[in-house]
Design a binder for this molecule. Sequence first.
Ligand SMILES: Nc1ncnc2c1ncn2[C@@H]1O[C@H](COP(=O)(O)OP(=O)(O)OP(=O)(O)O)[C@@H](O)[C@H]1O
Ligand SMILES: [Mg+2]
Length: 224
Amino acid sequence: MTDAILKMENITKSFGDGDTTVQVLKDISFSVKRGEFVAVVGPSGSGKSTLLSIIGALLTPSTGKVTIDEEMISEYKSSRLTSVRLEKIGFIFQSANLIPYLSVRDQLLLVGDIAGGGRNKKSAVEMLEQLGLGSRLKNYPKELSGGEKQRVAIARAFMNDPELILADEPTASLDSDRGKQVVEMIAREVKSRNKAALMVTHDERVLHLCDRVLYIEDGRIMER
Ligand SMILES: Nc1ncnc2c1ncn2[C@@H]1O[C@H](COP(=O)(O)OP(=O)(O)OP(=O)(O)O)[C@@H](O)[C@H]1O
Ligand SMILES: [Mg+2]
């Protein structure tokens, strides 16, 4: 047993084929322990979303090993990856990615149902209330503002009680108070339940809530 919930070893990722191959990630290695909240910063196009997608089992690396909670997912086929995603990972995307024909409350309950053993209806409503969405439970995505949608996506990411929370610019469409609240909520989840989180952000004002900052530039990563 190690206390690393995430281990990345010599990860590379290239896109394209033949002459037009671009190497987006170059020999990336790092670990994240339980109870750690890690920020990922770096310029646009440096590979941050690609890195998060690989960790979230949405993309496979070209080479290297990804281990989540003792499972080496870089060797897994797609059906097993789906169950790792459902059981262990909470993903907050750069765009909220809500399901258009489900109400706010049902967006959360669907995840709880699919993952099984996740959180129940009561905690779904509590989480939405904490995020200031108590009066929007029955609304549909098209009736919400960008920031409201993003907050629903954040609550949804907690529904399967994930070991690892991955957030790609979760505060991008929020004002600074809401943004801070959301990051504090991620930090609280990590600390109080001994989870881990990796968050891509451009927002310097929330970095003090993180334990470590990883800097990525031109596909290489360093501790800042
Ligand atoms: N599916 C793909 N096919 C080809 N190139 C891709 C693909 N996905 C990403 N890229 C390229 O990889 C590079 C890194 O993209 P990525 O989305 O990881 O950047 P990022 O750091 O998240 O940027 P931003 O801060 O703008 O969100 C970019 O040059 C992008 O064009
Ligand atoms: Mg990105």
